[in-house]
Design a protein around this ligand. Structure first.
Ligand code: ZN
Length: 385
């Protein structure tokens, strides 16, 4: 039976209802995103950063858990992620140099390389951050730690936001790998060998514009052992921040295809952090993955960190990745909460701005799905098989 009030609805009200239903359908049909890198754990656990990022939203500095579970400053928290296409993010555990009182702070953006962190200090910080991740998953049904391909597929189906636990720099892993199983048990499924500093396993690149990523020696013997141990356990090895010699060492040592989670094309922006055409071709040849950073300093051809950078420059990098590595080897790796990103993207809710820019450039829906989540899914299905 038709309710009389409904039947009396004006055309405008009907139009509004249809619009709302269409908007809801759009959310359901939206392309989900697997994002290859964020530093949200650092934003939420580091006192100084928490204070700085929260100042934009309120006077009050939230606790570690509120900084993620409630709306906060920065680029990514649970409420905003649930309003966005993000289905799964790689959540990096990162140890700031300030955590180790024996290292002098340096300006990495000036091309200086910070000193190695004491492995014991690093382990303490990483366990603290992995604990936060586990606590958040217990606190909210809308958030979970992704440890296998079934978990990942549930998140792609929209059941909850998923986090793949990652270390950005393996300083916390003991040189004899004696704590790797403990970290695996805490959820760790992805290891970046280095950040932009040396450690017991290899050497990271400094942040220099208009210079080669070939900045020193590759993996140490322990680094080779770490790659093999990660392969055996089903832990992804990530070459982001590694120098070029280290990248080639991983290509040779790993049974899995090479992955660089957040980077740019050196041919478009010649920064040490970005990949040469030779590296991109190797990723394509081996069916690996290159994830696009949203960090403006590694995207802008002149190395500028302007946040008014047009989104089209991000698409220029994607075009180049696709040209060199192929459409099946390109993904996203935003660096939310870890880098200055274009204002046009703003925060995690702006992922669609980039997908729309790809549509405007002529990418098909199938190609956009490959970049947004299918290629990352294939990488993890392989590592976890
Ligand atoms: Zn990074």
């Amino acid at each position: 039976m038709v309710d009389t009030e409904d039947s009396a609805a004006t055309n405008a009200e009907v139009a509004e209802t249809v619009e709302a239903a269409e908007a809801a359908a759009d959310v359901v049909d939206a392309v989900p995103v697997i994002d290859g890198h964020n530093d949200t754990l650092l934003r939420c656990t580091d006192d100084e950063r928490r204070a700085e990022k929260s100042a934009a939203v309120s006077e009050e500095v939230p606790g570690v858990d509120e900084a993620f579970l409630e709306r906060d400053g920065g680029h990514l928290d649970l409420p905003r992620a649930l309003e966005s296409p993000l289905a799964v993010g790689i959540f990096a555990s990162f140890v700031p140099s300030s955590a180790d009182p024996n290292t002098e702070p340096v300006d990495v953006h000036d091309g200086e390389l910070p000193a190695a962190i004491d492995p014991e200090v690093a382990e303490r910080v990483v366990l603290d951050q992995l604990s936060a991740l586990n606590r958040w998953a217990r606190a909210s049904d809308a958030f979970r730690i992704v440890e296998d391909i079934d978990d990942l597929d549930d998140c792609l189906d929209g059941e909850s936001l998923g986090a793949i636990a990652h270390v950005e720099g393996a300083a916390a892993i003991a040189p004899d790998l004696s704590n790797l199983d403990l970290l695996y048990a805490a959820g760790l499924r992805s290891v970046g060998i280095t950040w932009s500093r040396p450690n017991q396993f290899g050497n990271g690149v400094p942040f220099v514009h208009d210079a080669s990523p070939d900045t020193g020696d590759g993996l140490t013997d322990a680094g080779h052992d770490l790659v093999r141990a990660c392969d055996e356990r089903g832990i992804l090895v990530d070459c982001a921040h590694l120098n070029e010699a280290g990248f080639w060492d991983v290509v040779e040592a790993s049974a899995n295809p090479p992955v660089v989670s957040h980077t740019g094309a050196h041919a478009v922006c010649p920064a040490t952090r970005n990949l040469t055409d030779e590296q991109l071709a190797a990723i394509g040849d081996e069916n690996g993955l290159v994830g696009l950073t949203f960090g403006t300093g590694f995207l802008h051809p002149e190395g500028d960190s302007d946040d008014d950078m047009p989104v089209e420059i991000m698409v220029d990098h994607i075009d180049h990745f696709v040209e060199q590595a192929g459409i099946d080897c390109v993904g996203l790796g935003s660096d939310f909460d870890g880098a200055g990103i274009p204002e046009a993207i703003g925060d995690v809710r702006g992922l669609n701005v980039l997908l729309d820019a790809l549509r405007d450039r002529g990418y098909s829906e199938e190609e956009i799905e490959a970049i947004a989540y299918r290629n990352w899914r294939r990488v993890f299905a392989n590592v976890w098989s």
